[in-house]
Write a protein that binds this ligand. Structure first.
Ligand code: DLL
Length: 450
């Protein structure tokens, strides 16, 4: 099964029978940097051979670049191998990038694919075991323990969020409420009745759940929740503060993408709250300059690229995520490097009259103004052959319209001085902008339609 010319050095650890034992750290979590790099070298050698020998698309791709897995002897050699991207997976739609065939394949997920074909990803039994282990590792770092009740508001279905988080919560010995996204009133009722300690959701949907509490006359600070583990869309430190104050909880970040696994590629520790540790015993990250493709040193900002070290069904080699961040040394897990918050995606960047900006920059500024809510959208138009941006933002329920308009003038000034863009700000009434129970769409680019 899934043979390569060199033996696979990795098998997932069995699940401990005693649920209490599932709260203990994995041995790889406490490894030193040297130990992690030795493990990466050994596992990378296998992963490159596995991809090349079991996926014809990789054979062709490596051959076309004149490189062979035997050219890899040390970590630096990874740079010799070509990048892959969403296009590579789309060309091989649906299963041609899979190494696993027939009964080896146990699960298939797909990304929503707002543009073009969806990307399809697959898992073997071992892949699913590893995925659950790594999600459990993120949850443990974020403070979840056996016996906790975890309310899972990530969407179940083809999206990796729901099922990925679900099995991670079970793996750590928690009890999962498989709520999925949507039905906000019911979410509030279930949280009130079942008393979960932990909620899993996108950051913006958690704000909608907070509004759901208030609509029912309930105070979100009085809920049983102690922590929220939030991801699937970019969010800022200001949003963390907003959510922590709204619920009086800890808000922690979790990162991942379907092509690389799903949620759980990296997670944040509650003791340090200083970015996400990437589980480098399973993924080798690189940061590259998105324009020149050059590999950058630790600390420099650029595009995140991942190579899988242990994945069987869908090996992923130097996959360009388009996510922009930087790598930092490990803290709570010194052998594993951290990634900073995702500041945006290279394909989400708005270029407004030559100025580059990301929605997260607007979020950061808007949340510093007490009369404005975190609910906003950006609308880009081109009325007279000139790009224009409007920020539509809800006033806070407790703020008067006049006070919110005063706040809007301040926001406009802040955007001009801190980002360098002129824009219009439209203050709208609370609860009028569209909410999403999954990934939020903030940017409406109407330029083609103008
Ligand atoms: O969003 C997996 C996931 C589910 C992660 C639940 C965390 C929690 P995809 O649908 O393939 O997978 O989307 C992946 O979402 O490339 C980022 O652009 C974005 N993303 C995911 N987590 C974060 C995060 C899931 N913590 C894409 N911060 C990624 C910022 C994130 N962006």
């Amino acid at each position: 099964m899934l043979e390569a010319s060199i033996p696979n050095p990795y098998t997932p650890a069995p699940v401990p029978a005693d649920p209490e034992a599932r709260g203990a750290k994995d041995p790889e979590e406490t490894m030193s940097r040297d130990q992690i790099e030795a493990l990466q070298t050994e596992r990378l050698r296998w992963s490159l051979h596995h991809a090349y020998e079991n996926v014809p698309a990789y054979t062709e791709h490596f051959d076309a670049h004149g490189v062979h897995p035997s050219d890899f002897t040390e970590l630096e050699d990874l740079r010799k191998f070509p990048y892959t991207d969403k296009e590579f997976l789309r060309r091989n739609y649906p299963f041609k990038a899979f190494a696993a065939k027939g009964s080896e394949l146990r699960r298939i997920h797909a990304s929503s694919g707002t543009t073009g074909q969806p990307t399809v990803v697959g898992y073997t039994d071992d892949d699913l075991a590893t995925w659950a282990t790594l999600v459990a590792r993120c949850f443990r770092a974020s403070g979840v323990r056996p016996g906790d009740i975890v309310h899972n508001a990530y969407g179940y279905g083809l999206f990796t969020g729901g099922l990925g988080a679900h099995y991670g919560a079970e793996r750590i010995g928690a009890a999962v409420i498989p709520m999925s996204g949507g039905q906000t009133e019911k979410q509030v009722q279930i949280i009130t009745d079942f008393q979960p300690t932990t909620i899993l959701s996108t950051p913006t949907y958690l704000l909608t759940i907070a509004d759901g509490f208030r609509k029912l006359g309930l105070d979100p600070r009085k809920s049983s929740l102690q922590r929220a583990i939030l991801g699937a869309e970019p969010w800022t430190e200001e949003m963390r503060r907003e959510i922590e104050q709204t619920f009086e909880i800890d808000a922690l970040d979790i990162y991942g993408l379907s092509e690389v696994m799903g949620p759980g590629v990296a997670g944040e520790s509650v003791e340090t709250k200083d970015g996400l540790h990437i589980w480098e015993d399973h993924f080798r990250p690189e940061i590259i300059d998105p324009f020149t493709d050059e590999v950058l040193e630790t600390g420099r900002p650029g595009e995140l690229v991942f190579t899988s070290l242990t994945k069987q069904a869908l090996p992923i080699i130097r996959y360009r995520t388009h996510d922009l961040t930087r790598l930092l040394p490990g803290t709570s897990h010194p052998g594993h490097r951290r990634m900073g918050r995702i500041t945006g995606r290279s394909d989400d960047m708005i270029i407004l009259r030559g100025v580059n900006l990301f929605p997260s920059q607007i979020e950061e500024l808007a949340l510093q103004i007490p009369t404005l809510s975190p609910h906003f959208t950006l609308e880009i138009t081109r009325p007279n052959r000139m790009d224009e941006m409007a920020v539509n933002i809800e006033r806070r329920v407790e703020a008067t319209l006049e006070a919110a308009q005063e706040g809007a003038r301040l926001l406009q000034k802040e955007i001009k001085t801190k980002i360098g863009s002129s824009c219009a700000i439209n203050v709208v009434e609370p609860d009028t902008l569209t909410r999403s129970s999954g990934k939020l769409k903030r940017v409406y680019d109407l330029r083609d339609k103008a």
